[in-house]
Design a protein around this ligand. Structure first.
Ligand SMILES: NC(=O)C1=CN([C@@H]2O[C@H](COP(=O)(O)OP(=O)(O)OC[C@H]3O[C@@H](n4cnc5c(N)ncnc54)[C@H](OP(=O)(O)O)[C@@H]3O)[C@@H](O)[C@H]2O)C=CC1
Ligand SMILES: O=C(O)[C@@H]1CCC=N1
Length: 272
């Protein structure tokens, strides 16, 4: 940890994203004794302690021991949360917010003046160490703070440091992106079932196809258009399918959908 902060990390909000990051940090070698989880659901303590070996509390005052505090609650809960943490945080704390559509400026305004805040947009493939997280530093955040936040997120995937103005687009693309891929997978599996394949077989075929296509994109570095053309034989099956996707404006629907997510992220940043 940088700048003489205590090595204790507090994670506030142990839902989907909080537990995903927690798992990554522990897999990467972080000592569970140095991690404190704060979640408002009292019943979570035993379950999370058994699963991760970390201490779990409901009292926000416990963050006073932490050099780094990661906020993983819903954007709509951030206001109440920041108010409850404000007087307990160390003056030199690093606050890392994972909340969609919550700007560093809005966090800073609700915390003690000068608090270092990093805004992060992660995604759920962090569960299998294939996450993508974009980070943006607030106005009191120095290079060492950003590096410390990046190190946290690298425990479960890749990172990119971007200007904060891009974070709503990141949220729409890679933050929500896994849901778009799962949606396509669901549709393809249903198509396989419609054509008479057992559901388990259809699922295995589709999942391996998606994993394989993703690996090809990463490992060949080829443009997706080139890779798609390699599959598309003249007068063949693929071109017949792609024509239907174009006729149904699926490409345009994806663009509009991502734009809607971007717009919603911007709305969240205005508190609506
Ligand atoms: N899920 C995803 O794919 C992604 C999520 N994010 C962001 O991560 C954040 C968390 O999302 P997600 O994990 O899905 O949400 P969840 O609802 O699964 O988890 C949030 C957790 O925080 C708890 N909580 C809420 N307020 C407080 C509080 N004041 N003190 C302590 N604990 C509290 C909630 O308790 P309770 O259940 O009682 O409400 C819940 O356990 C969001 O801001 C989201 O935008 C970012 C990228 C991807
Ligand atoms: O749907 C959401 O609001 C969150 C942010 C990105 C992914 N899930």
């Amino acid at each position: 940890m940088s700048d003489g902060r205590p090595d204790v990390l507090a994670l506030v909000g142990a839902g989907v994203m909080g537990q995903t990051l927690l798992g990554g940090l522990l897999r990467a070698g972080r000592d569970p004794a140095g991690v404190l989880v704060v979640d408002r659901r009292a019943g979570r303590a035993e379950e999370l302690h058994d699963r991760f070996g970390v201490r779990v509390v409901t009292d926000p005052a416990a963050v006073a021991a932490a050099g780094t505090v990661v906020l993983a609650v819903k954007p709509q809960d951030m206001g109440d949360l920041l108010a409850s943490l404000r007087d307990h945080l160390r003056p030199d704390v690093l606050v890392v917010s994972l909340a969609a559509g919550t700007t560093t400026h809005s966090c800073e305004q609700q915390l003690r003046p000068g608090t270092a805040v990093v805004r992060v947009m992660p995604n759920t493939p962090s569960l299998v160490d294939e996450g993508m997280a974009a980070l943006a530093g607030g106005r009191h955040c120095g290079p060492a703070d950003l590096a410390a936040a990046e190190e946290l997120m690298r425990s479960c995937g890749r990172t990119a440091v971007l200007a904060e103005k891009h974070l709503d687009a990141v949220t729409a693309l890679s933050g929500s992106g896994p849901a778009y891929v799962f949606y396509v997978v669901e549709a393809m599996v249903e198509a396989g079932v419609l054509l008479g394949l057992p559901r388990a077989t259809a699922t295995e075929l589709v999942v391996q196809t998606v994993v394989g296509a993703g690996a090809m994109l990463r490992e060949t570095g080829q443009h997706p258009t080139v890779l798609r053309e390699q599959v598309t034989s003249p007068a063949g099956t693929t071109t017949a399918a792609l024509r239907q996707l174009d006729d149904h404006k699926v490409r345009a629907a994806f663009v509009t959908a991502v734009e809607a997510a971007w717009s919603r992220s911007r709305e969240l940043s205005r508190g609506s």
